[in-house]
Design a protein around this ligand. Structure first.
Ligand SMILES: Cc1cc2nc3c(=O)[nH]c(=O)nc-3n(C[C@H](O)[C@H](O)[C@H](O)COP(=O)(O)O)c2cc1C
Length: 181
């Protein structure tokens, strides 16, 4: 069955490690006939949540009308939500955190977002795989709260510079994950 997949990236580094895995995932997903829409959050103008609780009151998801309002309707329509990012300071990079925080607008706005699938693709420099907990745990808990099922994760430690991902099986794992969506 063809699914609508929204991919949201968090790295500011074009051609970097998480982008390489993202590209592999998207190529495999499209080859399977899925419809993929990609947003590179770091190249967009997206701030944090103002907690004003006026979500959808102005006709758009967020009253603070930046590029998040382009992403919100695509998340609403999506069957699968894919987050890809590096670890920054043991946590989620600010470039994508604004998108995640503002999913709050869909919840406060009373939108039915339950039943989606969620995917996480992430990487970090350190060899210690628990470093990836800083992105894995918040995404898994966000998915659980939203009643999204984790469809899979690709978590690759030990990659620092652009191209390091090619010394790992990260891109192959990302493609294999897309195959089973
Ligand atoms: C601001 C910043 C913070 C980082 N913090 C961490 C960290 O806490 N732990 C870690 O293992 N790697 C850290 N890294 C390294 C990146 O996670 C690593 O280089 C990753 O491969 C980058 O992915 P990208 O090429 O997709 O941007 C950091 C990199 C930057 C630029």
């Amino acid at each position: 069955m063809s699914k609508k997949i929204v991919v949201i990236t968090g790295s500011p580094r074009r051609g970097g490690n998480s982008f390489a895995m993202t590209d592999a995932f998207i190529e495999a997903a499209e080859a399977k006939g899925h419809k993929v829409t990609r947003f590179d959050a770091a190249m967009m103008n997206i701030g944090g949540c103002h907690a004003c609780e006026t979500c959808y009151k102005t006709g758009k998801a967020c009253s603070f009308d930046d590029d998040f309002n382009m992403i919100a309707p695509v998340i609403l329509e999506a069957d699968v939500v894919v987050f890809t990012m590096p670890v920054y300071w043991y946590s989620i990079p600010s470039q994508i955190k604004g998108v995640i925080d503002r999913i709050y607008s869909l919840v406060v706005g009373g939108k039915d977002i339950a039943g989606k699938e969620c995917v996480l693709i992430a990487c970090c420099e350190e060899e210690d795989k628990t470093v990836l907990d800083g992105v894995r745990i918040p995404i898994e808990r966000t998915a659980a709260l939203n009643k999204w099922k984790m469809a899979g994760e690709v978590l690759i430690p030990g990659v620092l510079n652009i191209g390091d991902i090619n010394r790992t099986d990260g891109c192959a794992q990302a493609a294999a994950l897309a195959e089973k969506i």
